[in-house]
Design a protein around this ligand. Sequence first.
Ligand SMILES: [Ca+2]
Length: 195
Amino acid sequence: MKRLVFLAASIVLGAAALQPAVSQNIIGDRNSVPSGTVTVIDNFEKGNYWIWAAFDWEQYGPSKLSTSARVSNRWASEGHQSLECKMIKSTPDSGTDGMYYMDHRWDFSGARYIVLDVHNPENSTFTLGIALQVTDNWRWKELTNVSVRPGTHTVVLDLSEYAEELYQVMRINICYREDVPMNGRFYVDNLRIIK
Ligand SMILES: [Ca+2]
C-alpha cells in the first residue's frame, strides 16, 4: 500500500514537473520577464475594482466595444480568478476599441515595467494596450500595443518613457483594439509592476 501511495505521488509530481511554468510566451517590449522587485497591482482574488467603458464614454467619441469586466474563475495564471473582459463586434457607428479600467491613486515611482498575464480563448488575434492616466490632469500615457494571438501570454511593457510622471497614477486602462470583429472575451491576471 505504501508503495502504491508513493507511486501515485510520483506520478502526480511527475505530471506537475512536465507542465511548463505559467505563461512562457512573453510578448511586448521584452522577450523575458525582467528581474526586479515585483509589486502586484491586482490578482483579482479579492473582489472586482474594474469597470468597463460603455455609453457613458460617448462624450469621448463613438461607443466602445467593451460590455463587461468581472472576476471569473474560468482562467487564472495565479490563484483561482482573473478579470474577464468581454467585447462585441464593431458596427459602422461604433468605435473599434474597448476599455476596462480601474481608478485609484498609485505611486509607481521607480517602476520600470508593467507586466500582466493575458489569455485569449477566441480564435482570432486582437491588439491589447495599456494606457495610464497620470497626475491631477489625468494625462493619457499609452504604452506599447501588442498583438495577442489565441492562447496565453505574459505582456511586458516598458515604463521608462513616463518615469517622471509615475508618482501619481490615477487610472489604469486595459485597451482592447479590434483586429477581427468578434463577440468574445479575454482574461487578465497578475497585473504587476517591476522596479
Ligand atoms: Ca488571480
